[in-house]
Write a protein that binds this ligand. Structure first.
Ligand code: PLP
Length: 391
């Protein structure tokens, strides 16, 4: 028996390892210098007290015979899906209970969803990009083409009718660029997908950072229910990166060749997935309680203030960037430098600030650099002061 040789087509994932290696080696040779890390995409604030207390109660329930729970529903407990439904309703989206599937996070679902598509076809993926979209399609042996995101389109590519695509990835607010589509931009993608029977995989992992008149869900766009699947996560909204919980929405109207994507996904999940733990789902439910919401909003405010500090600094220096508003990521053009790894070294050596070189996110990331707002306010403020002095 042979193994899947498609894995040979996947580029080595060295970006964060290389970032860590260079920072560590600099730290070892300069023990007197304090390194400030603005490179991570992971959250740093703890779970909200309401979430912790709900999880404690759920653990206690599991300790008693009368309230013990074994296997749960494949698609998640009703108590959590009802709350997710209510959350969608708060921004005008009507998601049916049977359209919401709870999972252990957006990354798993983004990879696993490929099980329900027929082999072959073309996946259209933005560049620069969250690497999971590319690698999962390469593993499945699917052809990938790229939609160039660049300064010319504000890192928000629009459909090109001459490009053939069967699966289309959209991430808004985007990782790594922080760019957010407006209603018109998403409507163009929905029309393009519907006109050719393509399916949009919409990654809404950062929707909680969106404010004002911008879409948080693809289903705020007319026509999306016949062409889009949406992935969301408790990771960024509520600090669940280590706790693991997310959800995927698949409308009943998403049907191709007589097959319902919703039914296929339920079949897929009931075959290969046994649900998210009861304790974690009770914790996720508490995110939507009035107390939980107010607590997570305080945490999000900390990250949003950090993002503002960084973007105000770049505004003051006249450096082009996207994100920072409606996003925890700030994506800046490397000043005076086209090579993003050289810029990484300069920032590390001259300001002891660590970010992520854009080249690691795709060809179009070259010349750009990602800073994140997930650090502490103190570290962010100090990093910003150092960057100001450098330019
Ligand atoms: N989608 C994007 C764009 C992300 O940046 C991330 C994590 O950083 C994820 C999905 C993964 O989310 P989860 O923690 O729910 O797997």
């Amino acid at each position: 028996m042979q193994f899947n040789s498609n894995f040979n087509d996947i580029a080595e994932s060295y970006l964060f390892a290389e970032v860590a290696k260079r920072a560590q080696s600099y730290g070892e040779s300069h023990p007197d210098k304090k390194i400030l890390r603005l490179g991570i995409g992971d959250v740093t604030l703890p779970l909200a007290p309401a979430v912790i207390s709900a999880m404690h109660s759920a653990v206690d329930e599991m300790s008693r015979k009368q309230s013990f729970r074994g296997y749960g529903p494949y698609e998640g407990y009703d108590f959590l899906r009802e709350k997710i439904r209510g959350y969608y309703a708060s921004f005008g989206v009507d998601a049916g209970m049977d359209e919401i599937f709870v999972s252990d996070g957006a990354k798993s679902d983004l990879g696993n969803i490929l099980d329900i598509f027929s082999p072959g076809g073309v996946a259209l993926i933005p560049d620069p990009v969250y690497p999971v979209y590319v690698d999962t399609n390469l593993m499945a042996g699917r052809k990938t083409v790229f939609a160039a995101a660049d300064r010319g389109n504000g890192f928000l590519p629009l459909p090109d009718n001459s490009v053939n695509a069967d699966i289309i990835y959209i991430c808004s607010p985007n990782n790594p660029t922080g760019a957010v589509y407006d209603f018109g931009g998403l409507k163009s993608w929905v029309d393009y997908a519907n006109s050719r029977g393509a399916v949009i995989l919409f990654d809404a992992a950062y929707e909680c950072f969106v404010h004002g008149n911008l879409p948080r869900s693809i289903y705020q766009i007319e026509g999306a229910r016949t062409c889009a699947i949406e992935f969301c996560s408790f990771s960024k909204i509520a600090g669940f990166t280590g706790t693991r919980c997310g959800y995927t929405v698949i409308p009943r109207e998403l049907v191709r060749g007589g097959l319902s994507a919703n039914k296929l996904w339920l079949r897929r999940q009931s075959t290969k997935f046994n649900g998210v733990s009861y304790v974690v789902q009770r914790g996720a439910e508490a995110v939507f309680s009035p107390e939980g919401m107010s607590q997570i909003k305080q945490n999000l405010k900390v990250y949003e203030n950090n993002a503002k500090l960084i973007s105000d600094c770049l505004d003051g220096l006249g450096i082009y960037y996207t994100g920072g508003k409606n996003s925890p990521y700030v994506w800046l053009e490397c000043p005076g430098e086209r090579d993003s790894w050289r810029f990484f070294d300069k920032l590390l050596e001259e300001a002891q600030v660590v970010g992520t070189p854009g080249a690691g996110f795709g060809k179009n990331g070259e010349g750009y650099f990602r800073l994140t707002a997930f650090g502490s306010p103190e570290v962010t403020a100090e990093a910003v002061e150092r960057i100001k002095k450098l330019f």
